[in-house]
Design a protein around this ligand. Structure first.
Ligand code: DC
Length: 207
């Protein structure tokens, strides 16, 4: 069974995808990390993330980078959003994601285009979202918890920029697949959001 979990920045899709994977005993791929590794590598090489050739060259990144904590920071997220607009980058990362999705037994993947491009044949597709102000509030709390200094207004501006880029790009823009369940977690805490997602997965498994 393939479970596709898509959604915008700070929607909680990563936490939800990890919980679904644990519940089903399936491997989980956070595809955003691949784009983060590309963005990080471009910068390490002194390249320009907005240049398609520089970004495409960085898709041959060192795999050990994927466990580097620095990839989880805001910096890497913003670089990832910039390199992810290039079709050359998306094409280069496609086979790896597709192979993960189609492995025997199944898998859970989270990202922006899993239900639309990587696994349009997924058994269950979830589109996890929340209002921009709630996502900014959650991200700001998380940053504060990690001791990162940022104002709520800065985080709101960054989320708006990332949303505009992810939704507005011509190639594989962020949008719910026609057959996705849209889960708006704005009013939910973490546990309720996970519960709602697991209910959707279980209902889909039974049907
Ligand atoms: O999910 P994340 O915040 O780690 O993703 C970082 C960026 O990577 C996001 O702004 C857009 C890009 N991305 C993408 O284009 N397609 C994916 N499947 C996953 C991430």
């Amino acid at each position: 069974m393939i479970v596709a979990v898509d959604g915008p920045t700070a929607s909680g899709k990563g936490t939800i995808a990890a919980a679904i994977a644990r519940h089903l005993g399936l491997p989980h791929l956070d595809t955003g990390l691949l784009y983060r590794a590309v963005g990080w590598t471009v910068r390490e090489h002194g390249g320009d993330p907005d240049d398609p050739a520089d970004a495409a060259a960085a898709t041959a990144f060192d795999p050990s980078l994927l466990s580097d904590e620095r990839l989880r920071g805001e910096d890497a997220g913003s670089l990832a959003s910039r390199v992810s607009v290039h079709p050359e980058v998306r094409d280069a990362l496609f086979a790896r994601q597709r192979a993960f999705a189609t492995q025997p037994g199944g898998a859970v993947l989270d990202g922006r285009d899993i239900g639309t491009v990587i696994a349009p044949d997924a058994t269950v597709k979830l589109f996890v979202t929340a209002s921009a102000s709630e996502r900014a509030r959650r991200r700001w709390m998380e940053l504060k918890g990690r001791g990162v200094a940022a104002t709520l207004a800065e985080v709101e501006r960054d989320i708006a920029r990332r949303d505009a880029r992810d939704i507005g790009r011509p190639d594989a823009p962020l949008k719910p697949a026609a057959d996705a369940f849209v889960l708006d977690t704005t009013p939910f805490g973490r546990d309720d959001a996970i519960r709602a997602a697991l209910d959707i997965v279980e209902a889909a498994r039974r049907s």
